[in-house]
Write a protein that binds this ligand. Structure first.
Ligand SMILES: Cc1cc2nc3c(=O)[nH]c(=O)nc-3n(C[C@H](O)[C@H](O)[C@H](O)COP(=O)(O)O)c2cc1C
Length: 205
């Protein structure tokens, strides 16, 4: 690539950074899933300014922010092998948006936190991916090879559809552990980079 082409690509990526935004929507009763949502946002902030990546509690949804966001990241604690009732209420509240195809073409990704090592988190990621497909969204997975299966390892639960984290009985500052939180930060960074890279260049004409 010649110098002017490189400069033009760099300026396009900079323009894209200025225009894209991410909402991380979650439900968390005891704070563990919330901590994961905040770690994803922290990762996204490695690429984007603060106002362009936010965690959104399902009890306090800023619908305008969601409607304008390029990427919606959905996350729930696992209850009985499913998203929680509160998260499902949020999903059902979007049915008019589904009908009017308001979110069609947006990016989507997901995460699930639970007490069990498996805990049937895969069922939650599948449930959310199906929900995103109903909306006509474009899915982004977690393309990160596990570094191992110890508490400090990245993607230690070997999940590729989305992010899985596990919290034990303890305060959210301590659990999920370092490996899971670092994976969440990596995921947020990856998601932001992906949508910046694929954002259509804004016309200056
Ligand atoms: C009603 C209920 C059902 C649960 N079902 C599951 C389950 O199916 N699998 C699992 O691993 N953990 C299960 N758990 C544990 C939760 O997933 C865990 O406490 C939760 O992820 C903590 O997240 P939070 O602090 O964000 O609420 C359940 C907890 C409750 C209260």
């Amino acid at each position: 690539m010649n110098t002017s082409a490189t400069a033009s690509l760099t300026s396009t990526l900079t323009d894209n950074k200025q225009s894209v935004s991410i909402a991380v929507i979650y439900h968390s009763n005891y704070g563990h899933t919330k901590r994961v949502a905040e770690a994803i946002v922290m990762g996204a902030h490695q690429q984007l300014p603060e106002a362009q990546a936010k965690a959104v509690d399902v009890h306090d949804v800023d619908w305008d922010f969601l409607d304008q966001a390029d990427l919606l990241v959905f996350g729930s604690a696992v209850y009985m092998g499913s998203v929680t009732a509160e998260f499902k209420t949020f999903m059902d509240e979007t049915s008019k948006r589904w009908y009017h195809r308001k979110w069609e073409g947006k990016w989507a990704a997901a995460f699930a936190n639970s007490g069990g090592l498996s805990g049937d988190k895969l069922a939650v990621l599948q449930q959310i991916s199906l929900y995103a497909m109903q909306h006509g969204m474009n899915w982004i997975g977690l393309p990160l090879m596990p570094t191992g299966h110890e508490a400090h390892d990245l993607n230690r639960l070997s999940s590729f559809l989305g992010l899985m984290t596990q919290s034990l009985d303890g305060p959210p500052e301590e659990t999920p552990g370092k490996g899971d939180i670092d994976t969440a930060i990596w995921f947020g960074d990856h998601l932001a980079k992906t949508i910046i890279k694929h954002q259509p260049a804004t016309s200056t004409c």
